[in-house]
Write a protein that binds this ligand. Structure first.
Ligand code: CTP
Ligand code: MG
Length: 181
């Protein structure tokens, strides 16, 4: 497989994990998941992790996977690459993992004394990748092994931080997000 094919498959397969964070930004608000609870004087997660943002993020990611399955033949033709479709368990696992990774990152940020919105370079860009891949693997190990070959995994780890910086930069410029990370 050439680099082009590898990158197209990596981005396609990760799309249901990419959109939940952006959907959560648009939908966020309401009750925080930690209910305001603290641990050693610091918030467990903080006001930036809400039930509504999380639920909408997962739903939007799963709906996108469904839509990608529907357009897969057309997209495969268009890109000239045999793209994968998402089994039901993976449709849920990818966005759920993305949200879980983001929540775990906020937990770590609060434990290290970072206020809501503080940057944590590296963690901010890859937290959701690790968890979404892990949950996708647990949801369907065979599918995972077929799609996420080593070169595709490398492409995911390299391309995701770049994509994350660009989309968050745009969201910040549009006034949708308080910080560009
Ligand atoms: N958001 C949400 N629920 C989530 C994730 C995000 O409601 N599970 C919304 C919140 O309104 C949040 C915004 O999306 O403020 C931006 O997300 P993020 O950058 O992850 O949160 P921060 O506010 O920066 O908080 P943290 O420092 O904990 O990352
Ligand atoms: Mg943030």
């Amino acid at each position: 497989m050439g680099v082009y094919e590898i990158v197209v498959i990596a981005l396609w397969a990760m799309l249901p994990a990419y959109v939940p964070n952006n959907a959560a930004v648009l939908a966020g608000g309401g009750r925080p998941i930690d209910g305001g609870r603290t641990w050693n004087g610091r918030r467990l997660l903080g006001d930036g992790k809400t039930w509504r943002g999380t639920a909408v993020g997962i739903l939007v990611g799963a709906a996108l996977a469904l839509a990608l399955n529907a357009v897969e033949p057309t997209a495969s033709d268009l890109f000239g690459v045999g793209l994968p479709t998402f089994p039901l368990a993976v449709m849920v696992a990818l966005p759920t993992g993305a949200m879980a990774g983001d929540i775990a990152a906020s937990f770590l940020k609060r434990r290290t004394g970072r206020q809501r919105g503080a940057a944590f370079p590296g963690l901010d860009q890859l937290d959701f990748v690790v968890f979404s891949l892990l949950l996708a693997f647990l949801a369907d190990p065979n599918w995972f092994g077929d799609v996420f070959t080593v070169p595709v995994l490398v492409a995911v780890v390299v391309a995701t931080p770049l994509l994350h910086l660009v989309t968050n930069g745009i969201a910040y410029a549009l006034g949708l997000k308080d910080e560009p990370w």
